[in-house]
Write a protein that binds this ligand. Structure first.
Ligand code: NAI
Ligand code: 2PC
Length: 334
């Protein structure tokens, strides 16, 4: 990683190595809590983002994700550009490529261009961990992760960071070697946690208290009969209106929380393809205490709770701002 150097008004490029080293979980999780809360705070409209934009060009998916956050201590204007090519996995290439542009809010000049891949990876997992903190039951000993790609790995790291009571992690992937490879790597990093690769979704999720679905599947892989009562599910994949990871029965019978109602009702296939899906709240409303987690959808301890995320531009803007501040701080020291 190069030592940061910065001229006064110069636009800087912040590379992947710097982002990796300067985006620790605790401040990121806190920043995500704040970003989600202000996103859903309709009374004090301090955050804006454009939810819908045309982004599929001849099956090439380019997401343009602009956002602005204006609070007493923050003024952030940013856009993420992200391409999503799920088929890249078969060629051992990343399926998501991204940059984030940070603007100066006063002059509109460009302050920084940051690598967006690590930010996308970590902020998504941090948001799921925040949702689990507020929505999962207090018993959080077994985590099942479906999908051994970038998000599968990041979710294991974020959840093990936040929930020290996790004793076992079960990983399933549609190609078994993916689950075995990830389990092997994670065992080295977390020798005190039992980490196993599972041959089937059923085996992975049986007796899990928390489940993460982070695959590129377009059809349901997780069904109602697989999931034990009271389980928390962070559903991260299926970001298109005709893609799904969960069966309609599972979605319809669960307490459903989303990152953005506006986005979820048009972009999340798991919701769009479930005719009687009923969204109870946005996670930001739970964080802002506009709704009480215990009362969501007349929830009982037996209810399965699903947090369906699609990803918010605001999350990228807040995370990029964290990294940029650290970059500036390090420049001042040199
Ligand atoms: N909610 C959010 O904020 C975000 C959601 N995503 C979405 O999460 C999902 C996972 O993303 P990454 O881990 O970055 O992708 P990745 O390409 O690194 O991993 C995808 C995983 O899905 C597996 N997979 C591929 N085809 C499958 C199939 N037909 N059935 C079951 N598994 C299959 C692959 O083996 C791999 O383990 C994607 O759908 C992605 O677009 C990604 C970033 C943010
Ligand atoms: O928030 C994000 O960057 C994405 N959500 C789904 C694919 C990429």
């Amino acid at each position: 990683m190069a030592t940061p150097v910065m001229e006064k008004t110069e636009m800087v490029f912040i590379d992947k190595a710097f982002v990796l080293e300067n985006l620790p979980w605790d401040p990121l999780i806190l920043a995500m809590e704040n970003a989600l809360r202000i996103f859903s705070d309709t009374k004090n409209n301090t955050a804006e983002e454009q939810v819908l934009q045309p982004s599929i060009f001849c099956s090439r998916w380019l997401g343009v994700m602009p956002a602005a956050i204006t609070t007493p201590d923050k003024d952030i204007l940013a856009t993420k550009l992200v391409t999503v090519y799920p088929e890249n996995g078969a060629k051992s290439l990343p399926s998501h490529h991204a940059i984030i542009v940070l603007f100066d809010c006063t002059s509109g000049s460009i302050k920084a261009v940051l690598d967006g891949e690590v930010i996308t990876e970590k902020r998504t997992a941090a948001v799921s961990a925040v949702a689990a903190k507020y929505l999962a039951s207090t018993s959080r000993t077994v985590l099942a992760v479906l999908g051994s790609g970038v998000q599968g790995k990041a979710h294991i790291e974020a959840f093990l960071h936040l929930f020290k009571d996790i004793k076992q992690v079960r990983i399933w992937n549609h190609r078994a070697e993916g689950a075995e490879n990830l389990a092997g790597k994670m065992r080295v990093l977390y020798p005190d946690v039992e980490i196993v690769a599972c041959e089937s979704v059923e085996l992975a999720v049986s007796s899990a208290n928390m489940i993460v679905t982070a695959t590129s599947s377009k059809t349901p892989i997780l069904h109602h009969s697989h999931v034990q009562p009271g389980t928390f599910i962070a559903a991260v994949g299926a970001p298109r209106k005709d893609w799904r990871e969960m069966s309609p029965e599972l979605v319809a019978k669960s307490v459903l929380i989303v990152d953005s109602v506006d986005a979820a009702t048009v972009e999340a296939g798991d919701i769009v393809c479930t005719p009687n899906a009923k969204i109870c709240a946005e996670i930001g409303q739970v964080l802002g205490q506009q709704v009480v987690p215990r009362l969501l959808g007349n929830r009982t301890p037996e209810d399965v709770v699903i947090f369906k995320s699609l990803g918010l531009a605001l999350e990228d803007a807040a995370a990029a701002d964290l990294v940029y501040r650290e970059f500036v701080r390090k420049c001042k020291k040199t």
